[in-house]
Design a protein around this ligand. Sequence first.
Ligand code: CA
Length: 241
Amino acid sequence: MSTAKAQVLIVEDEPEIAELIEFHAERAGMKARKVGSGRLALDLVRREQPDLIVLDLMLPDVDGLEVCRKLKQAEQTRSIPIVMVTAKGEEADIVAGIELGAADYVTKPFSPRVLVARLRNALRRAGVEEDPTARIDRVALLDGKLVIDIDRHEVAAEGRKVDLTLTEFGILHYLATRPGFVRTRDQIIAAVHGKSTVLSSRTVDVHVTALRRKLGALADCVETVRGVGYRFADSGNGSDD
Ligand code: CA
């Protein structure tokens, strides 16, 4: 296990959140896989024995706590650490999950740094070593002209540090997780909301305008898709799955 990447199974029915977790887990050097229901998760865990499970509690069919209970009851799956993903106000469920044997939890909306720290910690405690070459907290895009430092919340455009607000950073980071994928204003609001100020469709446009101005020569990387929303320009080597 010391040379292979840790295998993480993400159990989450909201595609946006599943993608966000996948993005950060993979950036942290893990190999992530996603399923959208409790039943699929139980099947897959029994077959493939992942190193770590990120488990949303609110799932269709079998809910997260029931998945946790079943996995912790079975000899074969008991030792796989589970990090729960919960919404605000689910304290009773968090307590129940920890009593069932879940390793940890994050509450939505979560900070990427906190998420990754908790995943790493759960892996470490379970004795799974990290791939030492894969501590990547920076994303280079547009042939390296744009660098997003996720840990430090910093962006550099053609070597020049760009001062972004939290909201601008959130929008850029969110769009850049999937170059070429169109995101609606509502999706952007959902992804960025809670990290900074209250957003509306119109203020998304205002933040994007400000973001582009700050990106200078790279402004065109944030493309408007008329009638839909925004996307990060696909430079041709971005989306590979
Ligand atoms: Ca859910």
